[in-house]
Write a protein that binds this ligand. Structure first.
Ligand SMILES: Nc1ncnc2c1ncn2[C@@H]1O[C@H](COP(=O)(O)OP(=O)(O)OP(=O)(O)O)[C@@H](O)[C@H]1O
Ligand SMILES: [Mg+2]
Length: 329
């Protein structure tokens, strides 16, 4: 079964071909235009998707050495995300599907972040997933394919959003997550003790307090001090965020008694988080799934594999498929 995946939910236009448990191509056109605004500008994002979607899909098919006549299903992210951006990918996918008589499969972008793990790991259930991305921070218990129970979620900022907003306070370029990660590697994480919000309370998360705490810290310390100690400050922030994420994951594992654990979404690329979770998994003998870096942030390979899983379960859609901005809970 050969699946073409299309992703346009935020600021990456991406296309990928998946067949027989292998990714044959994985093309990502990132939109640099948002950098100067310090965040994604929705109208500019949809226009940029419009400009690049045709050649991105073309390139994915060419690199996979295939044509549309060999494609068995077109999987497309139909939410959550920016409505204008989603509509570009969804309309394009519908057009291709109807013109070439190929089944259409709508894919939930957050499910896809999770199932990206099955590109490189055996498909196993049940598992607990920590999903940490730009817009979401969620802990879910997945009993079997597409049967998810929400265990906890953020009450305010997502983990990626926290990295990005705190990076803005530190005058770092957008998106700041990877920059804070890089700077942290040469810093001392015990330099300053930032708050670990809600670390002892349940399985929900909160990161807005940390953001305020960094803002006050920077205002008190002054520009010169912050620049001089940037690596140490970044490392201390990364310690605070990752401590909370790892602690909540441990709680979720203890609560559910699972043996399989996965981490997913853009923040799963974070080196400190990866290290801490790897140590935890090896100490406890858990089966840990984390995607390789290329499948952590937005990509269409994750859409294609999730589409293949849906096709396997006969979960195709039709042309009434609609985009949606948010997940229900
Ligand atoms: N190495 C890293 N360390 C920390 N954060 C990172 C790293 N790499 C990427 N990120 C963060 O990941 C986020 C992007 O992830 P992703 O592409 O999954 O988010 P999104 O698609 O915008 O949101 P969502 O998936 O929730 O709709 C950004 O906030 C970015 O800063
Ligand atoms: Mg994403």
């Amino acid at each position: 079964m050969k699946i073409l995946g299309i992703e346009s939910s935020c600021d990456e236009t991406a296309a990928s071909v998946y067949a027989d448990r292998k990714i044959l191509s994985n093309i990502i056109a990132s939109q640099a235009i948002h950098e100067k605004f310090g965040g994604v500008v929705p109208e500019l994002a949809s226009r940029a998707h419009h400009t690049s979607i045709m050649r991105t899909v073309d390139q994915a098919l060419t690199e996979a050495g295939t044509g549309l006549d060999d494609i068995d299903g077109i999987a497309v992210a139909n939410g959550p995300g920016l409505m204008g951006s989603l509509l570009v990918g969804l309309s394009f996918a519908k057009g291709l599907a109807v013109a070439n008589n190929i089944p259409l499969i709508g894919v939930n972008h957050i499910d896809a972040h999770m199932y990206a793990n099955f590109i490189e790991h055996e498909e196993v259930y049940p598992f607990v997933a920590l999903i940490v991305s730009g817009g979401h921070t969620r802990l879910v218990y997945t009993e079997k394919l597409f049967y998810h129970k929400l265990l906890g979620k953020t009450r305010d900022d997502a983990a990626g959003e926290a990295f990005d907003k705190i990076g803005k306070i530190l005058n770092l370029p957008y998106p700041a997550g990877p920059v804070v990660d890089r700077l942290s590697r040469d810093g001392d994480g015990s330099f300053h003790q930032f708050p670990r919000s809600m670390i002892d309370n349940g399985l929900d998360f909160s990161f807005s307090g940390l953001k305020t705490s960094v803002l006050y810290y920077v205002q008190d310390a002054g520009e010169k001090f912050v620049q001089k100690n940037l690596n140490n400050i970044c490392a201390s922030i990364s310690e605070a965020i990752t401590d909370v994420l790892v602690e909540k994951l441990k709680k979720a594992v203890n609560k559910t008694g699972v043996q399989n654990v996965m981490v997913a979404g853009g923040v799963s690329a974070n080196s400190m988080l990866r290290n801490k979770i790897m140590v935890y998994a090896s100490e406890t003998g858990l089966n840990l799934m984390i995607p390789s870096i290329q499948y952590c942030t937005d990509n269409a390979a994750m859409i294609a594999i999730t589409g293949a899983l849906k096709m396997r379960e006969n979960l195709q859609d039709d042309l009434t498929l609609k985009p949606f901005a948010r997940i229900e809970n």
